[in-house]
Design a protein around this ligand. Sequence first.
Ligand SMILES: Cc1ncc(COP(=O)(O)O)c(C=O)c1O
Length: 342
Amino acid sequence: MVDLRSDTVSLPTPEMAEAIMAVIPHGLGDDVYGEDPTVLKLQQKCCNLTGKEAALFVTSGCMANQLAIKSHSVPGNEVIVESESHILHYETAAPSIISGVQLMPVNGSNGEPDLSELERKIRPKEYYYPQTSLVCLENTHNRSGGAIISITHIEKLRKLCNDYSIKMHLDGARIFNAIAETGIDLKKYSSYFDSISFCFSKGLGAPVGSVLCGNTAFIATARKWRKILGGGMRQSGILAAAAIYAVDNNITRLKDDNLRAKHFANGLLELSGMIVKEPQTNIVLFKSEKFENSDLIQRCKSHGILISSGGNDNIRAVFHLGINDDDLSFALSVFKKICLNN
Ligand SMILES: Cc1ncc(COP(=O)(O)O)c(C=O)c1O
């Protein structure tokens, strides 16, 4: 099967497996005691990459986002998110459960929230309103097909948030896919945000884990909440070793995924009846004028290609380190066969 459902499906390579084995047993300790040397090394590496004071290795991108919301807010606050964000759509209303906050969606274009609408949605400081504590941004933006949020937009948003003393969190699950295109380094992106998270288990190809970075006090709070939520892991150096390998070896290759996504999109465009959103990074959103999405997904599956729903009546195909040029050609040949036979 050529699995294009998500970049989370990739499996550790033999080299990554070797890096994991290499930390057993001497690179391990109890991370709840802060004693796992490999986790500490990973967290320090993430501080160096982001320019933030502290970092916390967590189980998932969702946990990183939820810890950020929890640590930046108190119950009764309101958190502004873009209306197509992962936090709003795919995190099971966790902000209301874990943090007791309300999400305030703001319409956006390609993941960039409309700034005048956003300013209107910041609550006045009256006792009968919830207080706006945080704005969360997502870069790259999943439901917009891996769209890159421009640095100009981020700068304007930071200025706005400064005017109202509002914190900013970046859900940077796929920030390195953006960096592969913009060449802007992670320190620069991070500098606009009070906290930033990114995932090791998407394009970077590690099996598990994300990191949350911010100042020392913020990370101390997040660490406590991680424990409360059952996210305190013990000899998690096994996972951190894979994440370190991913950061050291799999960032520069993300450009290949982005490029394959472009080739795939161009290939689909040559087929009649395909509507394709031009990808900026590794996610291609498309649909067919001839087939219902569920029908097309099923037809692809029967020919050995897995694709999935991308939200808003789109199908998505996501490129990652488990997909090579042969897989790309095969996927396009399958689409051609399906489209020509109908
Ligand atoms: C933009 C974004 N943020 C957060 C997440 C959550 O990551 P995880 O699946 O590791 O919880 C995802 C997952 O796809 C995502 O696309």
